[in-house]
Design a protein around this ligand. Structure first.
Ligand code: C2E
Ligand code: CA
Ligand code: CA
Length: 422
């Protein structure tokens, strides 16, 4: 059966036609599984007709610009699958081309939705010569696609057996999170932000840790993605903010002048219409002045810069929270957006800082960027500074706030108090 929205074959037809092709032809094949991040957002913001139009254009573009595409289908909702013939396995080239494709698709979606520019998640699986189980191959491409989600640095993920471990990890991590959340045993560490001029602490970022049954600390790289996929990240972020509010309350009661503590807010929060009220209620419960709190939102979220997101950020800033753009420079930066976004702080991502410092051009770019950010009066924090030399360079470019192992790793809050507030 043909899909009425896209004109592509239905999933069952795809499976039988693609299955026949891979059995008969002695070629190398690739399965691509794709979806549009937060597609429901387009439906709710722009209406279902626009949603349908986006799916139609997506399919048309896909079939038109992917070389050697043999057959494509919309498996359901905003999920697309394609069988592609390849000459040889050249992962770098495939990644490059996928990135280009994702860029084109994003542009098309943006044109149809007046500015919503979601990420395109692409998972790829190379069929081995003679491999004939098309259903298993599609599953593997989908596993790779899901790994891509929420991972803004990755244009696509190519399936490897290692991803199966990650999938299993997800199944293990969620019960640990549920238990820790219920027992209130999630740890919240603080990492200082230090002035490169005075060496004094200017603020800190709150970062979470889980602890397994053996008392071993589990880092965020092992649980954030799973929590984002399951939506539980919302609970985690409120947990962290509650912890931070209690801490600031304690400092105020003890007559200690608090420093500004930043916390991460996953972009999932911004789909909730009660976000602003929920945050205010929490802060008011502990009677914490909002100027001691800074919300870190990732750069990729601002990429949409859609009205609902911007108005929530405005409301939060009007209330008194500081807002920072996190992970700036991780791939989709748009300098022009920074000029119009309602933020106070830009945090240069550690990978961007490291990459830039490697070459003369990178150095010039970073210097120029920091100069511009200073000119428009944004605070700048350099993340991931590990050596004195790195600090010297970025501070000579005009970045005066440093968050990195050069000074400290994220540490438990009591240790932080001893070290920085006494
Ligand atoms: P992030 O927000 O970019 O936080 C900074 C990360 O960089 C932290 O990793 C920190 O330990 C690490 N880092 C800081 N300085 C250096 C350095 O000099 N060298 C190196 N190699 N790394 C440095 P961490 O704590 O593992 O957190 C990883 C990410 O997990 C965070 O990245 C953030 O995106 C996410 N995350 C952590 N806790 C939370 C949370 O409670 N809620 C949400 N939504 N995300 C969280
Ligand atoms: Ca952060
Ligand atoms: Ca960051």
């Amino acid at each position: 059966m043909t899909d009425s929205i896209t004109g592509l074959p239905g999933f069952e037809d795809f499976l039988s036609q693609a299955g026949a092709v891979i059995c008969c032809e002695d070629k190398q094949f690739l399965i691509a599984a794709m979806d549009i991040s937060d597609f429901h957002y387009i439906n709710t913001e722009c209406g279902y007709d626009t949603g349908d139009m986006v799916l139609h254009c997506f399919a048309e573009t896909l079939m038109m610009i992917v070389p050697n595409i043999i057959i494509g289908c919309r498996s359901h909702s905003d999920h697309f699958i394609a069988l592609i013939g390849v000459e040889n396995i050249d992962s770098e080239r495939v990644t490059r081309e996928t990135k280009r494709l994702a860029g084109v698709l994003k542009d098309i979606i943006s044109k149809n939705t007046h500015g919503i520019s979601p990420d395109i998640n692409v998972g790829l699986y190379y069929l081995r010569k003679g491999e004939s189980n098309i259903v298993a191959a599609v599953d593997k491409a989908n596993i790779a696609r899901r790994t891509c989600k929420g991972n803004y640095n990755l244009p696509c993920v190519i399936f490897s057996e290692h991803l199966m471990d990650i999938k299993e990890n997800s199944a293990k991590i969620l019960p640990i999170f549920d238990d820790s959340f219920r027992n209130e045993s999630i740890r919240v560490y603080l990492q200082p932000k230090i002035s490169s001029e005075t060496k004094k602490v200017m603020g800190a970022e709150a970062l979470s840790r889980l602890v397994d049954a053996n008392g071993k600390v589990i880092p965020p790289s092992k649980f954030i993605a799973a929590l984002e996929k399951s939506g539980k990240i919302i609970d985690l972020d409120f947990y962290v903010l509650t912890f931070v509010c209690k801490l600031i309350r304690k400092w105020l009661d003890a007559g200690i002048e608090p420093i500004v503590i930043s916390f991460n807010l996953s972009r999932l929060h911004f789909y909730s219409c009660t976000l602003v009220d929920d945050l205010k209620t929490l802060v008011e419960k502990f009677n914490v002045p909002p100027q001691y709190l800074e919300i870190e939102v990732t750069e990729s979220m601002f990429f949409e810069a859609s009205e609902p997101i911007v108005s929530k950020i405005n409301a939060l800033r009007d209330y008194g929270f500081k807002v920072s753009v996190d992970d700036f420079g991780t791939g989709y930066s748009s300098l022009s957006l920074i000029g119009i976004l309602p933020v106070d702080v830009v945090k240069l991502d550690k990978s961007f800082v490291k990459e830039s410092l490697k070459s003369e051009r990178g150095n010039e770019l970073m210097k120029g960027l920091i100069r511009i950010l200073n000119e428009i009066h944004l605070e700048i924090v350099c993340e991931g500074v590990e050596t004195q030399e790195e600090e010297n360079i970025v501070s000579s470019y005009g970045c005066r706030e440093i968050q990195g192992y050069l000074y400290d790793r994220p540490i438990p809050s009591d240790e932080f108090e001893d070290k920085y507030l006494k």
